[in-house]
Design a protein around this ligand. Sequence first.
Ligand code: ATP
Length: 430
Amino acid sequence: MYSQFLNNDAPAKIRSLLSKEVCDILLKIGNFADKKSLHVFAVGGFVRDLILNKPNFDIDIVVEGDAKSFVTELASEFNAEFKIFDRFHTAKIYSENINFDFSSSRKEMYEYPGALPDVSFSNIYDDMFRRDFTINAMALSLNSDNLFKIIDYFGGIKDLEARIIRVIHKKSFEDDPTRLYRALRFAHRFGFEFDEETNYLFKQAIKDKRVSSLSVKRVASEISKIFKENLPGTIIEQLTKNRMLKHFAQNVKIPPIEPIGVENILSADLEAVYWICFLSQMPPTFKSETIDQLGLPHSSRVKILDGLDAFKKIPNALEELTCQDHIKLYYLLKKHCIEGLLALCYFKLNKINSEKIVYYLKNLRLIAPLISGKDLIDNDIPAGQHIKNILNYITELRLENKSLSKLEELEIAKQLYSNIQHKNSFQRHL
Ligand code: ATP
């Protein structure tokens, strides 16, 4: 089926699979490279997914030459936004929904197993050779003389057809043990098997404890990618089985998520939800500082720490409450981010307690006064802690199902403020 991508009419087939937007941009990149007499290719996951006819909006472009100056000139010709990453000799062009990442074709040499590679500029063959698996090591030529021709040095198309994950050379896992995690992830995503030799090399690398050379950050980055997959628990189980969760607990379980009916009203960071479940299972010896070393974005880290806190505090407190205890439920759960609450429902609580959280998320979470602090200040109530107290009081009235207009809220607020003033002057006179 996929072998048609190696025929003479493959370019026409490729063109038919590209969206007009992507096709136009790739043509511009190719034409610009023609003018500069440089070879340029789309590579990696984008080519793999194009053949599989799966959408992919992260497009990696390799230039046989200096990618940084290529992008600078290309972006100025087309008036596009771009950014250069000097350290990695890479560059990014921003288009509306698509990411274009540019790099120079390069060769990698590993001084010792697990070391970061020495990198030197080279040709497209070497750039494909340094990649992880045959299915990820194909290039799509963008120059006009070979337009949309697939360059497949290592049999990626044959392996896509045979549904196989195959390393490009024998030392692949040794050079970079993160490929062990990637191998499991791609096999899971596509439902592919390892080819016989890859399977042998995988087992050998596990036996030789290649993963022990990886830092916590590199393992965490692979786990984060696993959490983006469908049913990540199956891959985590394989990591456990192969003792690949160094730095973490050896037996972590991520059960499949059963939706609880709030998913379409919340937009949660699912990756953080899985991390909360994962880290809540760490043994007492696990150091909380390790969480700082995971290299996660600050916003995810905040959610994860909050979620872990919710795992400790919420289950017992919830036992005491029913769905009718609106005010207590609100104050208990309002402090926590939705990721922590979802993780509790998916992975920790029994059905009765989980329903209390669902009730809160559906009915109470967004309850708030119609008036704001500014409305109060505009109505001659001076700034201060009492503003917060007044707004809380009105929130509580709403939680008790009182229906109030904005005007009624304002009247109540003024009354409350006058009571507060009286009380203060009364206290001053004591
Ligand atoms: P995804 O669909 O998960 O984004 P991808 O194939 O695009 O998959 P990336 O991690 O974005 O994966 O990497 C882009 C490309 O870079 C890969 O297709 C592969 O060719 C190469 N690559 C990434 N990580 C490695 C690695 N550890 N060793 C070798 N090649 C790699």
